[in-house]
Structure formats: structure tokens, C-alpha cells
Write a protein that binds this ligand. Structure first.
Ligand SMILES: CC(C)(COP(=O)(O)OP(=O)(O)OC[C@H]1O[C@@H](n2cnc3c(N)ncnc32)[C@H](O)[C@@H]1OP(=O)(O)O)[C@@H](O)C(=O)NCCC(=O)NCCS
Length: 150
């Protein structure tokens, strides 16, 4: 049975695989071209879940401190490889990001979830606040939050 572990992307190959998965799952179906990275990637804490046998990156995500609310973090760009959903990989990645939130002394985490991801975040104790924005005129997002006990 394959073993998976969560780690920090380090090498150039790690970063290539990280951004490739993120782009393919979260952007490519709606956007033919564009930037795989955004301006806040440089000040974010990133994690990736890797299959130890093959080295393949299976899940990615990041968290950053909100400049206007220093005790609050935002999780963004959670993506699990197609065909690997519902096996707990997203959960392991999310728990690693919440651990990073504790290490950053954050008190709350917010995120904007797609409709299909609401059950996943609810499962992890996130509360739905309100509908937030529409991506590409079609993908409704919902603001959710969670207190992160220290
Ligand atoms: C949403 C996503 C991150 C979840 O990761 P995952 O690895 O599939 O989820 P897990 O296996 O860790 O799920 C944990 C629990 O969350 C809930 N859950 C997850 N996906 C669900 C779904 N599609 N429907 C209902 N419940 C779901 C279940 O309670 C699940 O436990 P169970 O499988 O024992 O019933 C992943 O499916 C994904 O990347 N999807 C496509 C991109 C996306 O929508 N990203 C989020 C952007 S906001």
C-alpha cells in the first residue's frame, strides 16, 4: 500500500508540480491561459501531499496571514488530484495547513469554498458565513470560517 506524506515544497521540481496541479484542478477547466501563481504566493505557507513510492504530488494548498487582520489566516487553492478524491488526502493537507496556522499564532482561519467543497469544510468544522464571489461568472464561492484553538 502506498504511503503519502505532507511536506513543504522545496525543489524546483516540487514547485513545478505544485503549481501544475493547482492550475489543472482549479483553473484550467475554465481558463485557457493565465498565471499559475498570484502575488500573495511569495508570502504564503505552502504544503503538498506526496506519494512516497512515486514522488507524485497528490494534493496542494496554502495559507497566508491577512495583512488587515494579523490574527486571521486565509486558506486558498486547496486541490486534490483527479481520481484521488474521498481518500482522506484533502483532510491530511487541510490539517497540515491548520497546524501551520497554529505555528503562525493565528486565531481564526477563513476561506472561500466552492459549492462542491462545502461538505468537506463543514466536515472539518468550518462555518458557512455567506455567499462571497462568483469566479469566471459561474463558480459561486462561500465565505467560511473556523476558530483554531492554540
Ligand atoms: C474538495 C477537496 C479538497 C476535498 O478533498 P478530498 O481528499 O476529496 O476529501 P476527503 O477524502 O479528505 O474528505 C473528508 C470528508 O469530507 C467530506 N467530503 C469530502 N468531499 C465530499 C463531497 N464531494 N461530498 C460530500 N462530502 C464530502 C466527507 O465527510 C469526507 O469523509 P468521508 O469520505 O469519510 O465521507 C477535493 O475533493 C478537491 O480538490 N476537489 C476539487 C477542487 C476543489 O473543489 N477544491 C476546493 C476549492 S474551494
Amino acid at each position: 500500500m502506498s504511503v503519502f506524506s505532507v511536506r513543504v515544497p522545496r525543489s524546483e521540481a516540487d514547485w513545478r508540480a505544485y503549481y501544475e496541479l493547482r492550475w489543472r484542478i482549479l483553473r484550467a477547466p475554465w481558463q485557457a491561459d493565465g498565471e499559475a501563481r498570484d502575488a500573495s504566493d511569495d508570502r504564503s505557507t505552502h504544503r503538498m501531499l506526496v506519494c512516497n513510492d512515486t514522488g507524485r504530488v497528490i494534493a496542494v494548498g496554502r495559507i497566508h496571514r491577512q495583512e488587515e487582520h494579523p490574527r486571521q489566516g486565509q486558506i486558498r487553492y486547496m486541490a486534490v488530484e483527479q481520481g484521488y478524491e474521498r481518500r482522506g488526502h484533502g483532510s491530511r493537507l487541510l490539517l497540515a495547513l491548520e497546524q501551520a496556522a497554529r505555528e503562525m499564532a493565528l486565531e481564526t482561519v477563513i476561506l472561500h469554498a466552492r459549492e462542491q467543497a462545502l461538505p468537506f469544510y463543514r466536515h472539518h468544522g468550518y462555518t458557512l458565513v455567506e455567499p462571497s464571489f462568483l469566479l469566471f461568472d459561474t463558480i459561486q464561492h462561500y465565505l467560511m470560517n473556523k476558530r483554531i484553538p492554540g
